[in-house]
Design a protein around this ligand. Structure first.
Ligand code: ADP
Ligand code: MG
Length: 222
């Protein structure tokens, strides 16, 4: 599904000395994989994941997604690729605090043109998958951190993306809650075939993944 060849990326921080953040990254990810990208802070993990999830096309090298050349996409095509293919989960959950749990999960479906009525079965099914059906009428502020992250996962899955991208999804959680979220990811992958690509610097979280890619100083080292 994801095929990257010799991806290089640099940021220009001062004119004479660009900062090389990704160096000759080769990466293949197939459907139904459950992969962790691991590495110390500043090693280029988020930069890499932003390219993979069509947020950043300003790189050198080749990126083919399902045999389509990502470099060839126009801006509007790139954002369409993102909307159709990627579900995002963040460290900070990014829920809408004034909306109920139900409404948070419903939102991406409405955004894609669904009606309240047509969205309902999907919203309920995603909430059930993450074990939060009983919380559907509550507000995010009434939930624990782990529960909030479950809502974010349900929301990310609502549009049936090709893959889930999670940047430090357990970064704001204690270790017990982190284990619960990783168990949920593991079940979603094993039982529902969800392709998951996560970034973490926590080896305990990475243990749940089927594959671990180690990044250091912008290079894949293992
Ligand atoms: P990680 O996610 O592994 O912590 P990042 O991909 O966020 O690493 O960052 C890699 C390097 O690129 C760091 O040195 C960071 O300071 C730098 N960097 C990230 N984003 C930018 C940016 N927009 N402009 C300049 N430098 C950046
Ligand atoms: Mg990062």
């Amino acid at each position: 599904m994801i095929k990257m060849n010799k991806i290089n990326k640099s940021y220009v921080v001062n004119e004479d000395e660009p900062l090389y953040v990704l160096k000759d990254i080769d990466l293949n990810i197939e459907e139904k994989e459950f992969t962790a990208i691991m590495g110390p802070s500043g090693s280029g993990k988020s930069t890499l994941i932003n390219i993979i999830s069509f947020l950043d096309r300003d790189f050198e090298g080749e990126y083919y997604f399902s045999d389509q050349d990502v470099k060839e996409f126009k801006d509007n095509e790139l954002s369409a690729m993102r909307n159709q293919n990627v579900g995002f989960v963040f460290q900070s959950f990014n829920l809408i605090e004034t909306d109920t749990i139900y409404e948070n999960v419903e939102l991406p479906l409405l955004y894609r043109g669904a009606t309240h009525r047509s969205a309902k079965p999907e919203v309920l099914s995603q909430l059930e998958k993450v074990g939060l059906l009983s919380k559907k009428d509550q507000l995010p502020s009434q939930l624990s951190g782990g529960q909030k992250q479950r809502v974010a996962i349900a929301r990310a899955l609502a549009n049936k993306p090709k893959f889930l991208v999670a940047d430090e999804p357990t970064g704001a959680l204690d270790s017990k809650t982190s284990d619960e979220i990783m168990t949920l990811f593991k079940d979603l992958n094993a039982q529902h075939g969800v392709t998951i690509l996560m970034v973490t610097h926590d080896p305990e979280a990475a243990r749940y993944c089927k594959r671990v890619i180690e990044v250091k100083d912008g290079q894949v080292i293992g």
